[in-house]
Design a protein around this ligand. Structure first.
Ligand code: H79
Length: 431
């Protein structure tokens, strides 16, 4: 339904709204940083021969002159971009949505925008008949994966961004670009960034600007989910908070959140960065996030030809294998904060209906037990290890329960004990 006058995002609570339901269930998404910076693959050789390293910030951090940056972007030819392969990698990883950079801080649009020529069709060596966002949308739809777009409010390229007098002109173009994105690609979600505008100490992007933009977007599509950086990054702006490269230790009551993190140390492709986190870290992060009621947006940075680096693909695959084994994905997809137990040091506990999923990354020695500290009253009526026939004894002990497995761990990443609980206290909203 079209948004009528008076339609206001503030009237629907994102924590419980059907609008955000898919996002609250999915828990795990793929972030993709891909842009003109990817063409440099993390290194800029200055005229004096010295090399400066960075990824998506390379234009600014390495002080690349505009004409130099534009010259290199003209050679950008991501001919190996394979939307189906990317969607398959996400799906195999157990990721249920994708958020790709449509425009990062360098202002370069990854779709054929009509607002300027600083885009992948008009300023590249790429096949002008191709449109990677359209390709991704088609592949994602075919696979049942939701697609969202990252969009930077901050723009280093548009000359109208920098001046207070010309900023309204920039804003108009930005609105027009966002309408293009919504009308042509029907994204499920928009992920804003750069609202803080480091160029300008007075930070002219106001909270009201954010509220106006969000109302505009919901006028285009009332179903859109929008992150908090649409405004002043307070979680009360937009639908969900966006901790970056960190996982909150406590869920914030009544607020949605999503931790975005990288697999190595950069968002965009950097050929020198081989600091890949092991799949065990990815799985543990995902379990921690889901158990605290959050989402995990895990980044990949395709190379200049558009290919996801193999070490990323390998880790995604291993994560997906873990989620797919023994129904362990039930600890994540559709699961959330328990509200009933404290975070244990030995793993993470999530809840799905009347089941608690105790995912154990530090399996106890033979005969030893895991302590579960209860914060609410419940009984455990059944306890079993997924993918194993071994018995787990659950005995009331102190402020909660002791869980005593009778056999070995089922996975070096995490082994899951599924607890059936009674009485089923109402699951907290937002999970
Ligand atoms: O898109 C990714 C980052 O580029 C963007 N947000 C995520 C999702 C981001 N914008 N700003 N920041 C992150 C924080 C700023 C970090 C900086 Fe730096 C520290 C800017 C300059 C020093 C990191 C290190 C980027 C360049 C050098």
């Amino acid at each position: 339904p079209a948004a009528g006058p008076g339609t206001n995002h503030a009237t629907d609570d994102p924590f419980t709204s059907s609008r955000t339901s898919w996002w609250r269930q999915d828990r795990f998404g793929m972030f993709i940083h891909f842009g003109a910076y990817s063409n440099l693959e993390g290194e800029y050789t200055r005229p004096d021969g010295t090399v400066c390293r960075n990824a998506e910030w390379i234009k600014r951090e390495c002080r690349i002159p505009d004409e130099e940056y534009e010259k290199q972007a003209a050679t950008f030819n991501p001919s190996a971009f394979d939307a189906k392969a990317i969607v398959r990698a996400a799906k195999d990883a157990g990721q249920r949505y994708i958020v790709i950079t449509s425009k990062h801080h360098d202002g370069y649009a990854m779709w054929p925008t009509k607002q300027n020529t600083w885009n992948l069709r008009d300023h590249s060596s790429f096949d002008p008949h191709r449109d990677i966002l359209a390709e991704l949308k088609q592949a994602a739809d075919a696979a049942g994966i939701k697609l969202g777009f990252y969009y930077s409010i901050w723009d280093w390229h548009d000359p109208d961004f920098a001046g207070p007098a010309t900023f309204p002109r920039y804003k108009k173009r930005m609105y027009a670009q966002l309408k293009e994105l919504v009308d042509h690609y029907d994204p499920a979600l928009l992920w804003f960034d750069g609202e803080w505008d480091a160029d300008n100490p007075t930070n002219r992007w106001s909270r009201q600007d954010g509220a106006d933009l969000q109302a505009y977007l919901h006028g285009l599509n009332p179903g859109l989910i929008v992150n908090n950086r649409v405004g002043k990054r307070e979680v009360v702006d937009g639908d969900f908070g966006t901790p970056e490269q960190e996982i909150p230790t406590e869920p914030v009551d009544g607020q949605l959140w999503e931790s975005c993190m990288t697999l190595n140390d950069h968002w965009g492709f950097a050929k020198y960065d081989t600091n890949w986190k092991p799949a065990a870290t990815v799985v543990r992060n995902l379990l921690d996030v889901a158990s605290r009621g959050g989402n995990y947006l895990l980044n990949v940075g395709p190379d200049k030809l558009g290919r996801i680096p193999q070490p990323s693909v390998d880790r995604l695959r291993e994560t997906g294998r873990w989620l797919g084994a023994h129904g362990q994905g039930d600890a994540v997809h559709g699961a959330g904060h328990t509200g009933l137990v404290a975070d244990p040091s030995w793993g993470a506990v999530s809840r799905r209906g009347n089941e608690l999923y105790a995912s154990v990354t530090a399996w106890p020695a033979a005969g030893a037990s895991l302590h579960l500290t209860a914060k609410g009253r419940f009984e455990i009526t059944a306890a079993r290890v997924l993918g194993s026939s071994q018995q787990v004894k659950a005995t009331p002990a102190g402020d909660g329960f002791d869980l005593t497995p009778s056999g070995a761990a089922t996975s070096p990443l995490a082994s899951v004990i599924r607890l059936t609980i009674k009485p089923p206290a109402a699951a907290p909203a937002g999970t």
